[in-house]
Design a protein around this ligand. Structure first.
Ligand code: G3I
Length: 364
């Protein structure tokens, strides 16, 4: 049994609260952490983490331990950090996250093996049609092999679809596509499966969430066709990851379009993971309480929609507390107020977003 499975079976006891009267459920909702609440719906809840924050901030580390059943290294499994030079692997940060998780019986989700971003300069400069397949196989074999039995699931390919690149199949023109063609995706999944046949293998992408955004609706169509082809060809892909980087300043249009898309993905025999959930509040106007309510409503609406899928297995937020969110650097607010995209505030107190997530996990 894996570390994560042990923790999950503990939470199953809490999950047994389902079926109690609503008032009792509501009281217990505030006592339990998000992982215990999500477990009632058969969902593993976790968060992306940076090892430096776990090491220097014990209150934050305790919060992760209380709220989560899994952790995802936010950056330390990316090529730019793992592979500073062609011959040297720096596993320090990723090892620290895995050790943290092991000590607390948390599962670990690996992010990510193949991406068009966060690559070292030497890779882009040196990748050729001749060496690409060997490089891909070597990297994936070494990284997945090292963590076999400790990292239970992987984002094998991250963000491979880009409509703006105008290929008929919807695939992104990336360094891997230029050197290997579309086969880089099956090759990556096969290499990961060889290195750890027990690992759950995920393809993760963004821009799949909103029903009222034409390019996202189009992207769903491209992805569905690609996934169907790969499944038909026997590619060992087990789940679609929907990143879930939501935008607080737009209407939460997570309706039948999203639900039907998830149903169709499920019919291909794939599970659904929400891999990077947060709510960007950069353009949300008003006072803090008002903004927090808007962000919370967005979490609630999205989770209710994805929870209609019987194949939803994992929800991961991209961080847990506003104390540590990459949104602060990537999408700072024009009024200079700190961003508040996550379930906990900078003081590690629950926000309206936490309660909205708890509501969504509790309602059937
Ligand atoms: O570690 C250095 C630090 O020493 C330096 O002081 C600082 C100055 O900016 O930079 C730090 O590195 C940054 C790193 O995040 C850690 O904070 C990098 O510059 C920055 O590029 C890196 O950004 C990450 C980004 O991916 C690119 O890898 C974000 O943290 C991370 O949240 C983001 O995550 C991506 C997912 O992987 C894929 N989906 C989109 C998502 C962004 O929302």
């Amino acid at each position: 049994m894996t570390a994560g499975a042990t923790r999950r079976s503990l939470l199953a006891g809490v999950a047994g609260l389902a079926g109690l009267p609503a008032q009792v459920m509501a009281r217990d909702s505030t006592a339990a952490g998000l992982a215990a609440l999500a477990a009632r719906r058969g969902v593993d809840y976790g968060a992306a983490v940076e090892p430096e924050n776990l090491a220097r901030d014990s209150s934050f580390a305790d919060l992760i331990n209380r709220e989560c059943v899994s952790v995802t290294p936010e950056n330390h499994l990316k090529w730019n950090i793992l592979r500073p030079t062609p011959d040297h692997f720096d596993f320090g940060g990723a090892d620290a996250v895995v050790a943290f998780a092991k000590a607390r019986q948390l599962a670990v989700h690996g992010h990510c093996l193949v991406w068009h971003e966060a690559n070292p300069a030497w890779l882009a400069a040196g990748l050729t049609r001749q060496n690409a397949e060997a490089l891909l196989n070597h990297h994936i074999g070494k990284v997945v092999g090292r963590y076999a039995g400790h990292v239970g699931s992987w984002d094998v390919v991250n963000e491979p679809v880009e409509r703006n690149d105008r290929r008929p199949d919807g695939l992104r023109r990336s360094l891997w596509l230029s050197s290997l063609g579309p086969d880089y995706i099956p090759l990556a999944f096969e290499a990961a499966h060889r290195a750890d046949p027990a690992a759950r293998l995920v393809l993760s992408d963004y821009g799949l969430e909103y029903d009222d955004e034409p390019w996202m609706v189009e992207k769903r169509g491209s992805l569905l066709a690609l996934l169907a082809d790969w499944k038909r060809a026997g590619v060992p892909i087990h789940a679609l990851g929907i990143q879930g980087h939501l935008i607080g300043s737009r209407p939460p249009a997570f309706g039948t379009g999203l639900q039907n898309f998830l149903r169709d993905v499920g019919r291909l025999g794939l599970d659904i993971h929400v891999t990077e959930l947060d709510v960007n509040d950069q353009q949300v106007a008003g006072g803090q309480d008002h903004r927090d309510r808007i962000v919370a409503d967005c979490y609630r609406a999205f989770l209710r929609a994805v929870l209609t899928s019987s194949r939803l297995r994992v929800v991961t937020t991209w961080g847990l507390s506003d104390r540590y969110s990459s949104k602060q650097d990537m999408f700072p607010r024009p009024d200079g107020a700190p961003v508040r995209p996550l379930p906990f505030d900078r003081e590690l107190s629950r926000k309206a977003a936490w309660h909205a997530m708890a509501d969504a996990f509790s309602v059937r």
